[in-house]
Design a protein around this ligand. Structure first.
Ligand code: HEM
Length: 530
């Protein structure tokens, strides 16, 4: 009897040892990838900062598809247009899911936050709401407020060129507050904008430091809060996010009670058609929150990347100015419908999307069924990434890829690969049309109004150099604060900006019904001088 028990125990021990030895090792049939470490797989190989550079390096080494082992989990990385098309576009039915992100999807938002959600019925319901507000046609109806806010941005930069960085950020948060709740942010440090940025910083910290460990080390999820810091951090973030959406909603409710003229904001439409949309209380918090999170900083960072890449590009600037002066002239600001006749400006924006994608590794998808590609298996359960950064920097797709060269997009015969800056197929960014309109309008107007140059050091008289790769860590790739000079192009530009801002005041006022007194004072002061 004892003998039999010994054999059984030995068998179990051998089986456990075998399983343990495989833990973190790459399974057969998976695409190749960097050598793995016992238990951890490739976790030690992934740098904590600017990981996308390492991902691009592996693309050069292993080709169009490779795999990484993160403990027992597998990530498949796609690095060629053919691989992305096959697995994420044609195979979108089985790669539209999100990998399980316990902290955000389950604990924080109860599967009601579209970007993290992996519950098909909720994804379907929420995407339907987004499709109503943000399709290509409805995106056109937001142009009046985009035009008005961009006049304000030009005016602010004209008086305070050094404030361009926060000016761009103010433009996007104000636009998203207005579109979602009908309330502007007339200053970057208006209390609700400050609250938004504080919460956004906390989200970035949690995503970078804590969330993944909770997917791997399950015991961390049940430990009491005095033993783990994530609970306190998450609860604090949750409280701030709820404060943000409830204060914005209170402002909207009081305006509705006072029967003030509506702005047709997303939340007003949802309240007016609550039966049709059928959103739960939690969704009434997560949906607008996601619009602010996904829409504000992404768009600002895309604009700031264009500005950063333009510094020192005098030839590019001269061509852009020549095109604008020929098509638009000097007596009015450009409008979105001019874009059709501004191929060079469109090329500048496209080139910036290629060189500095806002999401360099896209957003993770998960496979729900096995697929094969180039003889390798992409098994059900793995995470799939579109390596946007590597695609945009691939010398086989783009000649001299590190060079900022809008010209490469001008020749229709010179076909260039898509780099999917807004994601793929069924999870493609629903805010893409709105974001593209904002970037096009702001960049075109900034180029029309200003010579965008490197700032001159007053002591040495030399240009202050900028590092075009100096980017902050976070969910979104955003330039760190940099210096640039915005020199007004002729005195008549100032008069045009003033005139168009005066014309835009009624549009802005529609979104000023429930501002703080300090914001009202700021606006009055500015408009008296206009
Ligand atoms: C330049 C600006 C923007 C960029 C580069 C961008 C990029 C992206 C990317 C890469 C994804 C992931 C797609 C995927 O999983 O394949 C995404 C998702 C998303 N974006 Fe954007 N985005 C931008 C602006 C916006 C705006 C303005 C909004 C809303 C007003 C928005 C709302 C969303 C939402 C709701 C999702 C989640 C979609 C889902 O999971 O099904 N985005 N975006």
């Amino acid at each position: 009897m004892i003998y039999l028990f010994d054999i059984l125990a030995l068998g179990v021990a051998a089986w456990l040892a075998y399983k343990l030895a495989l833990y973190g090792r790459r399974e057969k049939n998976l695409p190749p990838g960097p050598p793995t470490t016992f238990l951890l797989g490739n976790i030690p190989d992934i740098p904590s900062k600017k990981a996308f550079h390492a991902f691009a390096g592996w693309a050069r080494e292993y080709g169009e598809i490779y795999s990484l082992k993160l403990g027992h989990k597998t990530t498949i990385v796609l690095n060629s247009p053919a691989a992305v098309e096959a697995i994420m576009e044609k195979g979108s039915r089985v790669t539209q899911d999100r990998p399980k992100m316990w902290l955000f999807d389950h604990y924080m938002y109860d599967h009601d936050h579209l970007i993290f959600s992996s519950v098909p019925s909720k994804v379907y319901q929420l995407r339907r709401v987004f499709a109503t507000f943000l399709n290509q046609t409805t995106a056109q109806s937001y142009l009046p407020i985009q035009n008005a806010e961009s006049c304000q941005l030009l005016y602010d930069i004209m008086f305070q060129p050094d404030g361009f960085f926060t000016g761009v950020k103010r433009f996007t948060i104000s636009l998203m507050f207005s579109l979602t709740y009908g309330t502007r942010a007339s200053r970057i440090d208006t209390p609700l904008a400050a609250l938004y940025y504080e919460a956004a910083d906390k989200t970035n910290e949690l995503l970078a430091d804590r969330s993944a460990s909770l997917d791997f080390v399950l015991i961390l999820r049940v430990m009491p809060s005095w033993m783990v810091s994530w609970r306190k951090q998450t609860d604090c973030l949750n409280a701030q996010e709820r404060q943000l959406t409830s204060e914005l909603m209170q402002k909207l409710s009081s305006r509705r009670k006072a029967r003030q003229v509506g702005t047709n904001s997303f939340m007003e439409q949802i309240l007016d058609n609550s039966k049709e949309f059928g959103l739960t209380d939690n969704m009434m918090h997560t949906l607008p929150l996601l619009i602010l999170q996904a829409g504000a900083d992404t768009t600002a960072c895309a604009m700031l990347s264009v500005i950063l890449l333009l510094l020192g590009q005098d030839d590019v600037l001269a061509k852009a100015h020549a095109e604008l002066d020929a098509v638009v002239g000097r007596h009015r600001l450009p409008v979105l419908s001019d874009m059709e006749y501004l191929p060079y400006i469109r090329a500048i924006i496209k080139e910036s999307e290629r060189l500095r994608p806002t999401n360099p590794l896209g957003f993770p998808h998960a496979a729900t069924e096995d697929q094969t590609y180039a003889g390798y298996v992409v098994p059900a359960g793995v995470t799939v990434l579109c390596n946007t950064w590597a695609l945009g920097h691939d010398p086989t797709l783009f000649t001299d890829p590190e060079n900022f060269s809008p010209e490469r997009w001008l020749d229709p015969a010179d076909r260039h690969a898509d780099t999917w800056p807004f994601g793929i197929s069924r999870r493609v960014c629903p805010g893409m049309h709105l974001a593209r309109n904002s970037v096009a309008l702001v960049i075109t107007r900034l180029l029309w109004a200003f010579d965008i140059k490197k700032k001159i050091d007053p002591m040495s008289g030399c240009p202050i150099e900028v590092d075009t790769l100096d980017y902050a860590e976070g969910l979104v790739l955003c330039p760190n604060k940099f210096q640039a000079d915005f020199i007004l192009r002729g005195r008549e530009s100032a008069e045009t900006i003033r005139h168009e801002l005066r014309e835009a005041i009624p549009q802005l006022e529609m979104h000023e019904g429930s501002l703080e007194q300090s914001d009202k004072d700021h606006i009055q002061h500015m408009r008296t001088a206009l």
